[in-house]
Design a protein around this ligand. Structure first.
Ligand SMILES: [Zn+2]
Ligand SMILES: [Zn+2]
Ligand SMILES: [Zn+2]
Length: 343
């Protein structure tokens, strides 16, 4: 049976051979490329995320006031050139060979500081924990849209990582589908749980802590380590010590501990890799899911030291020239190990 659909401005199509999704959004092509000129004297007058240029973005969704109460320190605004858009009317098209869903969702930008010259690591741990809390607030709010299945929270830093605006920010993108990467993680974790009655990430974490040679930072609530099969040189995962399936159900104190580990890891990466471009993203349970004993949320940080080549695109495999044991050794020798300041 083939269902004809009404004309729409954007859609998400699934390739039946690979199961990969592609979001089609013609308005993304209008997106300006700010990166180069923002390092010049033009930066403050042209940057859409700087104080005084608030009129260059759509109106705020959420604002965190600064301590004086006269300005802002965090803003969340709609992305001016969204990949997805909320219409309230989700349309599915299921043919034998063609499956698509309208690109129903929200695409937001979280501006982490009003200060153009700062990177995320230039913020204090308290300020970073406030950014993480705002991630959580937006996830909770976006989950209320019954058309949303998953929300991607990701950060691009540096030109190789896909940044178009230098001013430090995170993107938050809710989707009507569960991305295949997450579906695959959920599946693998549930298979492991069925077999072992244990959470896979809890066991990986236990193993990493026992061995220690891939661990680079630890505090009471989080551990950071280079994963066994790291795809990228100096890839780092940050995993909560206590089992938890939903990022947005963490406690305030957890975000403080997470901010401490995240800042240390990013600072060490910046020290180890000159002009470090990186992405990080949160992998968490899809919306409307109950707490899960088998899935364990985490943050993946992937430094980008080169562009993808044909092999990676063709096979989904990566060629990594730094073993994670070497990467961890280099990253932890830059500073730290165990931080026992809290609680
Ligand atoms: Zn700026
Ligand atoms: Zn777990
Ligand atoms: Zn993951």
């Amino acid at each position: 049976m083939k269902i004809k659909i009404a004309k729409r401005t954007g859609e998400i199509r699934q390739d039946p051979v690979s199961n990969c999704y592609t979001i089609f959004s013609e308005e993304r092509s209008l997106r300006p490329f700010y990166y180069e000129f923002q390092n010049t004297a033009m930066e403050s007058s042209m940057c859409p995320f700087c104080v005084g240029n608030e009129c260059l973005t759509p109106p705020d969704i959420l604002t965190v006031q600064d301590d004086s109460g006269t300005g802002w320190k965090i803003r969340v605004v709609p992305n001016k050139y969204p990949a997805v858009r909320a219409s309230g009317n989700i349309i599915y098209s299921r043919g034998d060979l063609e499956y698509s869903v309208s690109s129903e969702g929200e695409h937001e930008v979280l501006i982490e500081t009003p200060r153009h010259e700062l990177s995320l690591t230039g913020l204090s741990e308290t300020e970073i924990s406030e950014v993480l809390e705002v991630y959580s607030c937006r996830l909770v709010s976006l989950s209320e849209n019954t058309n949303s299945a998953y929300c991607s929270v990701f950060k691009n830093t540096g030109p190789i990582a896909g940044t178009s605006v230098v001013h430090t920010h995170t993107q938050i993108l809710s989707l009507p589908v569960i991305p295949p990467v997450i579906a695959n993680e959920l599946f693998n974790c549930s298979i492991y749980y069925e077999k072992n009655e244990r959470c896979l990430l809890c066991d990986i974490l236990e193993n990493e802590m026992e061995n220690g040679y891939r661990v680079i930072a630890v505090n009471d609530s989080f551990a950071a380590f280079c994963p066994y099969a790291s795809r990228f040189p100096y890839e780092v995962w940050i995993v909560p010590m206590k089992h938890s399936s939903h990022f947005e159900r963490s406690h305030t104190g957890d975000y403080k501990d997470l901010a401490a580990v995240l800042k240390k890891v990013l600072l060490n990466l910046e020290k180890r890799i000159e002009d470090c471009s990186y992405n990080y993203f949160i992998h968490t349970m899809p919306f409307r899911s109950q707490a899960s004993d088998s899935y364990h949320w985490h943050i993946e940080i992937v430094p980008r030291t080169s562009f993808f080549g044909g092999f990676e695109i063709e096979t989904g495999m990566h060629i990594n020239h730094v073993f994670p044991e070497t990467a961890a050794n280099e990253l932890k020798s830059i500073s730290l190990i165990r931080d026992k300041r809290r609680r």
